[in-house]
Design a binder for this molecule. Sequence first.
Ligand SMILES: [Cu+2]
Length: 649
Amino acid sequence: MDQKSDLLPIAKLYVNLSHLIINKLIFVFYYINPPPSHFLSNQSPVSHFYYHFLSIYRLSDRNKTEMGATLLSPSAFVKLLFLALCAIWIFPELAQAKHAGTTRHYKFNIVMQNVTRLCQTKSILTVNGQFPGPRIVAREGDRLVIKVVNKVKYNTTLHWHGIRQLRSGWADGPAYITQCPIQTGQSYVYNFTITGQRGTLFWHAHISWLRATLYGPIVILPKEHVPYPFPQPFKEVPIIFGEWWKADTEKIISQALQSGGPPNISDAFTINGLPGPSYNCSAKDAFKLKVKPGKLYLLRMINAALNDELFVSIANHTLTVVETDAVYVKPIKTNVVLITPGQTTNVLLKAKSKAPTATFAIAARPYATGPATFDNTTTIGILEYEPPSPVSKNKNKKFPLLKPALPKLNDTNFAMKFSKKIRSLATAKFPANVPEKVDRRFFFTVGLGLNPCPKNQTCQGPNNTKLAASVNNVSFVQPNVALLQAHFFKKSKGVYTTDFPVNPPLKFNYTGTPPKKLMVNSGTKVVVLPFKTSVELVMQDTSIIGAESHPLHLHGFNFFVIGQGFGNFNPNKDPANFNLVDPAERNTVGVPSGGWVAIRFLADNPGVWFMHCHLEVHTSWGLKMAWIVMDGKRPKQKLPPPPSDLPKC
Ligand SMILES: [Cu+2]
């Protein structure tokens, strides 16, 4: 044997080790210290390793990680790194061997953590003690393997909001829909591949109201060497909006469901977990975005609030929307973005060419249309310019904070106009594959309703009733086992029925004076679709109890928003105006308050797919249903069996 073949296995080991470490770390550091754009978009081996080394050096320097990646001691780390770099230097062809996608491993420990906001310390559910939770960073085509260990007293699940989950429905996450919850002390590995998606999404708990604090961003970068269809930003920053209660949110929703009245409203909104200076004791608890003059920033906005759509604006700056729900859109210049819970919006922010003598509020407050009271406060983050040179005579001077004008709280006209502006790129590279023919048409009313008060109880809904919500007047009853298991193992009897109504059971003037009969029906009903059914669905808001905008979220698919309007949908006139050319492609759409929206999707993903209002209070009241998409004939059109660690109920 010659020396080289003797060395080869060792070198391979080093290469593998270095790749493992480097792949993990580059993503940790991408955001802490973004590389000049060419490092990620057009990597030469030299720039690649220069940046990796920089990242790793900084990491051992700070001894801090965002991903829960295991850290070695600095000295062991440097040794390992040295060996890894040597191996790559000796066998560069090994380092450059490309594969289809990387597998990225994460460990998410669900643990309690004390957090202080608004002068009050509270024990909240977190992932790895972080709030907001850790960022997942991957590329299109990568596989994610996320081990979730439940170390809290609540049973929980996590959902990867907006991920298509092609033939991986067991990893979708909504409790009692695709899985039983992960019980205390148990774990579950979510394993799925990101196919055909790039942009911003997020993960959140999907049981009861646990997502109030259990959430974090998912950043999907394009495949290597694939540029954005917009100028390369200097830096990318996730901006995740949340909603904060001083009290225990689990108690709030359980009391509300018990009494039948509306749940208590939140005490604050947050930007990256921080409420900002408009709230008591929060002047220092503000998110700060530091920018350099003249540079371009990509803000990855996510609305993870429980119950409120949000208007967002930055004082004296224009934003350009370039992507929604992980789909590129035709660029839209705007001063205000509307973002519903469940939606994500990437915007470009061009910093002014000279550092101004002011700071600028990043402000968000609700767009609210419903009959109930809501949290009408404003959260503020601060946009600051870094002086061009390190020494500045203004360093200690306090600049004024300029605030943006936001639309009025119930500005439905703004909401409709903004929603209509969002269009797919519809180019050869990024086509809008709108289903042209339609196999099945559905018309769903969505809105509020009432349940009778149980005997021997007084209820806090209107006229001693309990508030409820429904789709086609069916208020969804959560089963005791997961629908997907019942479906897959053909044990649906007693779990669900397949008679979900295709049309409203009662026709009425949906947006006019509501009918006298306001009581909802209850049941666990689903719609069954053969594989590759092309679906057209019109969702119509009702004025029962009160008209309201409902952000409807569909799991497992993106849909095309082909039409929307005020009043009642007219099946004879409105389809003529449907946009089948460049409609928005999304996973969450606001059903306009007192209006309707029409969507199309191709049911090409076998499994059980939840569809629900992303205002959590409405989901709690029953504004949810499920689609069952059957297997196709070919092996690659079938849902594989569940993983062995699928939680048991
Ligand atoms: Cu709703």
